[in-house]
Design a protein around this ligand. Sequence first.
Ligand SMILES: Cc1ncc(C[n+]2csc(CCOP(=O)(O)OP(=O)(O)O)c2C)c(N)n1
Ligand SMILES: [Mg+2]
Length: 401
Amino acid sequence: MSSPEQWTHPEPREGPAATAAAPTSEQVIAGLRATSEGGPELVQLLTPEGERVENPEFDQYVADVTAQDLRSLYRDMVLVRRADREGNALQRQGQLGIWVPLLGQEAAQIGAGRAMRPTDMAFPSYREHGVAWCRGIDPKDLLGIFRGTDHGSWDSTEKRFHPYTIVIGNQVLNAAGYAMGQRFEGKVGDDDGEATMVFFGDGATSQGDVHEGFVWAAVYDAPLVFFCQNNQWAISEPTERQSRLPLYQRARGYGFPGIRVDGNDVLATLAVTRWALDQCRHGNGPVLIEAFTYRMDAHTTTDDPTRYRHSDELEAWKLKDPIERVRVNLVRHGDADQDFFDSVQADADALAADLREFCFNMPQPPTEQMFDHVYAEASPFLDAQRDEFLAYHAEFAGGEH
Ligand SMILES: Cc1ncc(C[n+]2csc(CCOP(=O)(O)OP(=O)(O)O)c2C)c(N)n1
Ligand SMILES: [Mg+2]
């Protein structure tokens, strides 16, 4: 999908932009344009104004989506946003050590998460609270991770959702290996085939692990959907510091298709991800999806984005809010009334109250739990480390400290 004529080249500058004290007004405008426009190849089915636009290629992948389904996608997004805001507030109140906000990325995550089947496998990074929701992970189970008392102790085989990975890009290798296994075990080839999805960010695309994952998945035709949420920032580094061409076009160099979707459009993300998973199930994978979206909040609660980005950028993206466009569409077509919106609001309030209550009384997991999910089978080395650790703890009064 890319040719050399489409490649971008840096404009000649007086000095390296990365070290310039302040950007020129031209650089600010260029930066705003680069981050707020997805380009002509962006797949979009719902405009920011909530209008449904036809797409001859991808309409078929959401032809079965009823008004009831769209209401359900809306509800998912409102609830995960509310859980996310509660997590942020709990960190501010000292209940959690850190929180990683997903604000603005609800459509990308719900669209992708709802495209998956129960038999598919997912490998998340650390911001995937919306995908976790779709895999049936209780948001309460995320809180211990961010208090630092738990590593994420859901059963990843049962939920088909791997633990969160903080090491940037590392889960791409895990996912490539898993998807190769699906291929070797003959689990692909028809409509009932299995597939794997791996979630990572724009910054992660600069990691060696991601490159290696691309290569392995490509040469083994692994059924793997690489789902890159380009939220425009890797902490304080803009995407222009990661790549000289749109990220989805990198796929061509590895020999598999890449596509850019409006990550703030839940319907388009659902359609494109269903298509990509379909390719994988039938043995035609891998596929790279670049979900073009925006991180509306800080990188984490330890970050202050006002130090490195202009507020105009945030204002421009607020007009593309992923939830608002679905709400407008539902109202415009008479597919949802006030009672529906009130009930979603009530569900969100109840979810937030439940999270708060749980967090205030969150049990401290047993000390040895951190050793439980390291290997599938017992390991003498790990057993020795656990015993040493427990003996050390037992030296303190009461065995706890
Ligand atoms: C291997 C490694 N290097 C550096 C870090 C520190 N770090 C944490 S998040 C992050 C930026 C990641 O940006 P991106 O991939 O765009 O994901 P986003 O946070 O935007 O979702 C970095 C460099 C890390 N966790 N792991
Ligand atoms: Mg990012």
